[in-house]
Design a binder for this molecule. Structure first.
Ligand SMILES: *Cc1c(COP(=O)(O)O)cnc(C)c1O
Length: 504
């Protein structure tokens, strides 16, 4: 299986190189040349498999330059009971909300309590093996721009992994108190964390630029290092996410929520478009899906795009209670455009060039038709998000985080507007305790405590929902990182963190 660049189809590399490199040199993203199929027989066989075995089946279809043993080793090291609390790292919880049955796919039982762990616990294993195959013995420098959850999950996945160094940038006012605390107290000898004055898009743009800068690449090469990425532009991030949609379908069948072969709907709270794209890729492999419901917060650029075919990032940026979705440039949309244009690299590059120069583009009519046949877009503002947390708890005694609440709210609107009662899976992406202030505020129960950890405690007292151990243990932990930089200085911060002096 080869991987092509979305902006230059003539590039074709094996998965190890795609993963080691992270992004194609032309600025495009690596995509599989075609989608391997899951036959009906295979899907049936997966019904009785563990999550881990389902993962091995699906991953083997894509990493054809890895041996079966290597893939088994990656999967078995990543999805352990120790790290995810139970045999199935992605369990389904069913609730009734406003009269409809919703199946919440809880993806936040990993070490950092957000769905990013599903990919970032396995990516370091993929990457170290990829470096052996395609990295020429170099050390990998992982550059991360984060809106909160990726940063911590990547730090936790890569800490003290041989031949890797990891540098994380986050917007100084764009993450929750718990997220900041999680990152600033990170342990490990190969980690560095820095805040930037700017928003997530500023961080992501600067990281992409440093990443593809040939001078910086040459300097790294001299020091036997190379850049790689743990953002969802890396193929090694998306691939493990395909698995849980297939696994969720199997669990839905096993629980009697859907008849084998019948379609489901999938709702995803969306930011960078990685999670929902992985679901779409599962559909491309043959998973029976009717509709993808793309849920946004007040940064509703994707809602407008799906409804009108116009992507326009020239708009106000809002800092919301669901910070991991505060994004106006959804990187992985590029992969969807490539797929929906029939693998047309010229057309895709055209849209991306317009996005860079004008901040907007309009897709062709056939592409818009295709988009609307599979996707429905909606958004939840701050009020709707808080009301959903409140009502879901009141109705079902189920506590959800702010991002999941956006998805529940939009899914609820979709069902009411369309009358579509296809069984639905909603990606539940974070533990409510990562966003205690907003969640507690939404429940509207008395005075708000001052400190983050007192909020956690109060939330626990009110709801009885278990506080995840990795969050509870942060209390009183020493801060290791407190640097803040301007976005213009990120490049020198990177070189400094690597111990490279460029002006002798
Ligand atoms: C990252 C994140 C999202 C958005 O996922 P994308 O793959 O960027 O679309 C949603 N919710 C939470 C909690 C996240 O951490």
């Amino acid at each position: 299986m080869f991987y092509n660049s979305t902006q230059d189809k003539t590039k074709a590399v094996l998965s190890a190189q795609a993963i080691a490199q992270g992004i194609s040199q032309d600025g495009g993203l690596f995509v599989p040349e075609s989608f391997p199929q899951i036959t009906e027989e295979e899907l049936k066989a997966m019904l009785s498999m563990s999550y881990q075995d389902r993962a091995k089946c699906i991953i083997a279809k894509y990493l054809t330059d890895f041996t079966e043993e290597e893939i088994a080793d990656c999967v078995d090291s990543a999805y352990t009971v120790e790290k995810f609390g139970s045999e199935n790292p992605a369990p389904l919880a069913t609730v009734d909300f406003n009269g409809a049955e919703l199946n919440l796919l809880e993806l936040w039982h990993g070490p950092t309590c957000a769905f990013k762990d599903m990919a970032l616990q396995i990516l370091p294993h993929f990457l170290t093996k990829s470096l052996q195959k395609a990295g020429g013995g170099k050390d990998a420098v992982i550059l991360v721009a984060t809106s909160g959850d990726t940063g911590k999950a990547a730090l936790e996945g890569f800490k003290d992994v041989d031949h890797t160094k990891i540098i994380v940038f986050y917007p100084v006012n764009g993450v929750s108190a718990m997220q900041k605390h999680q990152m600033n107290t990170q342990e490990g000898d190969n980690v560095y964390v820095c805040a930037i004055r700017g928003n997530f898009d500023d961080a992501q743009t600067a990281v992409k630029k440093i990443f593809t800068d040939t001078d910086t690449q040459a300097v790294l090469k001299e020091h036997n290092m190379m850049f790689s990425s743990a953002n969802s532009i890396n193929w090694g991030r998306l691939l493990p996410q395909i698995v849980y949609y297939v696994s969720a379908y199997c669990d839905m069948v096993n629980k009697g929520k859907v008849a084998f072969g019948d379609k489901i709907n999938i709702t995803v709270p969306t930011g960078n478009f990685g999670n929902i794209l992985a679901g779409y890729y599962a559909y491309q492999m043959g998973l029976p899906v009717k509709k993808f419901i793309c849920a946004s917060n007040s940064n509703n650029v994707l809602t407008d795009f799906i409804r009108t075919g116009v992507y326009n990032k020239n708009r106000d940026f809002y800092t919301t209670v669901s910070p991991s979705m505060d994004i106006l440039v959804s990187s992985n949309l590029e992969r969807l455009l490539y797929c929906m244009s029939g693998n047309n690299d010229v057309e895709t590059k055209g849209y991306m060039d317009l996005l860079k120069s004008e901040g907007m583009y309009t897709v062709s009519a056939p592409l818009q038709d295709k988009l609307q046949s599979m996707f429905w877009g909606g958004y939840a503002d701050e009020n709707a998000t808080e009301r959903t947390i409140h009502d879901l708890f009141l109705q079902q005694h189920y506590l959800c985080d702010t991002h999941t609440a956006v998805a529940v709210s939009v899914c609820d609107a979709y069902i009411r507007e369309t009358g579509d009662n296809t069984p639905v899976v909603i990606a539940s992406t974070a533990s409510p305790y990562k966003f205690s202030k907003a969640v507690l505020g939404a429940l509207d129960q008395g005075e708000m405590p001052e400190s983050e950890f007192d909020m956690v405690e109060q939330l626990h007292e009110i709801t009885g929902a278990e506080v995840p151990a990795p969050l509870a243990s942060l209390r009183g932990k020493q801060t290791r990182f407190s640097d803040v930089t301007d976005k213009e200085d990120m490049q020198s911060v990177v070189l400094g963190a690597l111990g490279i002096n460029t002006n002798p």
